[in-house]
Design a protein around this ligand. Structure first.
Ligand SMILES: Nc1nc2c(c(=O)[nH]1)N[C@H]1C(S)=C(S)[C@@H](COP(=O)(O)O)O[C@H]1N2
Ligand SMILES: [Mo]
Length: 349
């Protein structure tokens, strides 16, 4: 079967499907529920020929076979991936692109080799400035002629960060094919576009990378377009999501749980607040698990309700740097980085 019946499908070719937030029942997202975001059809990966090469501004260009990587020192990191298009369907006015709901986000534990170990082995030259990562998938774009690989870059500094890894395992098993087997980049704390799947070529370069997935997509474009270079997208914004109840749900009187996740790619999330009166008053939710760098954190709040009626429920997160989510979405042309306060309406019978 081509697509997973467990996921909410936005497109089949290429496969773009989201995690049904209502299925949130553990911190780790099981493989069959993990969201899938693809620009192109899945690539053919023939392991007889697969190599991960390191080229460009290095003194020792080299390649690794799969077993070479498996035999290197491994690190394990829990990391939430969130597509920067997550929640795009909530923008007003609507914006172009996949109309993701709440679930273009999932969490896994990734194991692999530090990218810095690979770069050190290749002996990066002094003139190096960025590192590019090419996936094996490729195809056409609607805005320019040609065939393009999915390719992204990082600054040399971010590439050498000890938590930037080339992952070989997801939740203790070899990477599933759909999530980048045999190897994918994981850039913790950044939106998902940086974590290149089906990685096979790493090139160290002297000039800023100008590929379309770097400078056309994944930048914040605003209207009117500014004469300055648009801001590239990096870290995951402070955000919180109600998994249940769902918008327009009808509930019984008595005790009802309100529950969901919160995340930020920069400062730790320290508090989640719930409002059941459309934002007039706020109450603090409880954490269901410990704070962990790069990971979403589940929260819950027990609502005892005796009065029948219509309730406007809101959720907002606060981080350790003092930031709070706002009511207003930061509208931009491509509908990236939606993190306004979520609002649902429920009815008590
Ligand atoms: N090679 C390749 N890597 C890729 C992509 C892609 O289309 N091709 N999509 C990126 C985007 S936009 C996201 S959000 C994540 C999604 O990862 P997942 O499909 O494992 O959830 O992969 C990123 N890496
Ligand atoms: Mo994405």
């Amino acid at each position: 079967m081509l697509y997973s019946p467990h996921l909410i499908t936005h497109r089949i070719m290429p496969e773009n499907q989201e995690f049904p937030m209502l299925s949130l029942s553990s911190r780790i997202t099981p493989e069959h529920l993990f969201y899938r975001r693809n620009h192109f059809l899945y690539p053919n990966v023939d392991m007889r020929f697969w190599r991960l090469s390191i080229e460009g501004c290095v003194n020792k260009p080299l390649y690794f076979r799969y077993d070479n990587l498996l035999n290197m020192p491994q690190v394990t990191l829990p990391v939430t991936l969130e597509c920067v298009g997550d929640k795009r369907s909530f923008f007003e006015p609507k914006t172009r692109g996949e109309q993701w709901g709440l679930g273009a986000i999932s969490h896994a534990v990734w194991t692999g080799v530090r990218l810095q170990d690979l770069l050190h082995a290749a002996d990066v030259q002094g003139n190096a400035r960025e590192v590019t990562f090419e996936g094996m998938d490729k195809g056409a774009r609607t805005d320019m002629p040609g065939v393009f690989s999915y390719k992204r870059s990082l600054s040399l500094e971010r590439a050498l960060h000890p938590d930037t890894i080339v992952a070989l395992y997801m939740n203790g098993k070899p990477l599933p094919f759909r999530h980048g087997y045999p190897a994918r980049l994981i850039v913790p704390g950044w939106y998902g576009m940086a974590s290149v799947k089906w990685l096979h070529r790493i090139v160290v370069i002297e000039e800023p990378f100008q590929g379309p997935f770097q400078v056309v997509d994944y930048v914040f474009n605003r209207k009117p377009l500014t004469p300055f270079a648009p801001e590239p997208i990096t870290t995951i914004r402070l955000n919180s999501t109600i998994a249940g109840p769902t918008d327009q749900e009808v509930l019984a009187r008595g005790e009802n749980w309100i529950w969901g996740i919160a995340i930020s790619g920069s400062a730790p999330v320290v508090q989640v607040e719930i409002s059941i009166d459309n934002g007039n008053s706020w109450l603090v939710a409880s954490w269901m698990e410990q704070q962990e760098a790069y990971s979403w954190r589940r929260w819950c709040w027990k609502w005892t309700v005796t009065e029948p009626g219509t309730y406007d429920i809101k959720v907002r997160a606060k981080d350790a740097a003092g930031n709070t989510q706002s009511e207003m979405a930061d509208w931009n042309v491509n509908g990236y980085g939606y993190n306004a306060i979520q609002h649902i309406r429920v009815y008590i019978d």
